[in-house]
Write a protein that binds this ligand. Structure first.
Ligand code: AMP
Length: 276
C-alpha cells in the first residue's frame, strides 16, 4: 500500500510538489473541509484517473462561514479521514493550520463580483469571498495541474472556474457529478449532523428535484410540501441558467438550466441541484 504523506506546513507541501514536478508528474488537487465521504472519494478517483499524484487538503475555512455556530459544529474527524485517504491510495494530505493561512492583519482580499447575488450568496454574506480567498491561497501553495470540484456545490464550482479564468491560475478545473446515498440524498459532511429520521426525511429533496424536472410549474406546491413535512426553512428552490445563474423559467429557453434547492432540516443546511 502507498504511504500517505501528511503535511501541516506550507513549505513541506510546496517541496513535495516541487519534487513531483521535477519528475514530470502531474498534480491533481482535491480541496475539502474534511469529514470525508464517498462524494469526496469520487473527486479523488477522478483525480487518480488523470493525474500522477493526488493531493487532498483538509481545512475548515472559518472565513467562509457567516454563522459561527455552523463553523463550530462542522463535523471533524481527522483519524477517520486519514484512514479513508490511506485506503484510497492518496499520495499527500495537506492540513494547514489557521495561523499560517491567515495572517493577523491581511492586506488583501479576493472578492468575487459576479455570480454572487443569488443562491448560497444571498443569505450568507461574504461566503464566496471566503471561498475565493482560501482557494486562491491553496492554488498558490499546491500549484496543481488539475483541480477537482463537485457539482453538488454548483455555484462554488462556477465561482472557482471564474476565479481561475480571471486571475489566470495555471490549473484546469474538473467538475465531478454529485454522488448520492441509495435514498437519493446528496452526500454531504453535514448529513452526519442529521438524526436517523432526519436523514430519511431529507431523501425527499432529490425526489422533489426530480418532480420539478418533470413539471417546473409545481415549484410553489413543492415549497408548501416541504414546509408541511417539517423542514425548518426553505432558502431557495429555483431554476437558473448553468452559465450565469440568472433565473430562467422560460419553457422555450435553449439555455442549459438547473434546479437549485437549499433547505434547513434539524438546523442543518442542505443543498442540492440537478440539471433540468
Ligand atoms: P466540502 O468538504 O464539503 O467543502 O467539499 C469538498 C469538495 O467535495 C467540493 O468540491 C464539493 O463540491 C465536493 N463534494 C461534496 N459533496 C459531494 C458529493 N456528494 N458529490 C460530489 N462532490 C461532492
Amino acid at each position: 500500500m502507498k504511504e500517505l504523506k501528511v503535511f501541516n506546513q506550507i513549505l513541506q507541501i510546496r517541496n513535495f510538489v516541487k519534487d513531483c514536478k521535477k519528475n514530470n508528474f502531474t498534480i491533481g488537487f482535491v480541496p475539502t473541509m474534511g469529514a470525508l465521504h464517498d462524494g469526496h472519494l469520487a473527486l479523488i478517483k477522478n483525480a487518480q484517473k488523470i493525474c500522477d499524484i493526488v493531493v487532498v487538503s483538509i481545512f475548515v475555512n472559518k472565513m467562509q462561514f457567516n454563522d459561527i455556530s455552523d463553523f463550530e459544529n462542522y463535523p471533524r474527524n481527522l483519524d477517520d479521514d486519514i484512514a479513508l485517504l490511506e485506503s484510497a491510495q492518496v499520495d499527500a494530505l495537506f492540513i494547514p493550520n489557521h495561523a499560517e493561512i491567515y495572517p493577523d492583519l491581511p492586506s488583501f482580499y479576493i472578492i468575487p463580483v459576479n455570480l454572487v447575488d443569488c443562491l448560497c450568496a444571498s443569505n450568507r454574506k461574504g461566503h464566496f469571498d471566503g471561498v475565493a480567498l482560501v482557494i486562491t491561497k491553496l492554488f498558490n501553495i499546491v500549484n496543481p495541474d488539475f483541480s477537482f470540484f463537485g457539482e453538488k456545490d454548483f455555484q462554488q464550482l462556477l465561482v472557482v472556474k471564474k476565479l481561475v479564468e480571471d486571475l489566470n491560475f495555471n490549473t484546469k478545473i474538473i467538475a465531478v457529478p454529485t454522488l448520492r446515498e441509495s435514498s437519493g440524498l446528496a452526500m454531504s459532511s453535514r448529513n452526519k449532523r442529521l438524526s436517523y429520521a432526519g436523514r430519511n426525511k431529507a431523501a425527499v429533496i432529490f425526489q422533489i428535484l426530480k418532480d420539478i424536472k418533470k413539471n417546473p410549474l409545481t415549484i410553489p406546491l413543492k415549497i408548501a410540501e416541504l414546509t408541511a413535512s417539517g423542514f425548518d426553512k426553505i432558502d431557495y428552490l429555483e431554476i437558473r441558467n448553468e452559465s450565469d445563474l440568472n433565473l430562467n423559467y422560460d419553457i422555450n429557453s435553449n439555455q442549459k438550466r438547473r434546479i437549485f434547492i437549499a433547505v434547513y432540516l434539524e438546523g442543518v443546511r442542505l443543498i442540492d441541484n440537478i440539471q433540468l
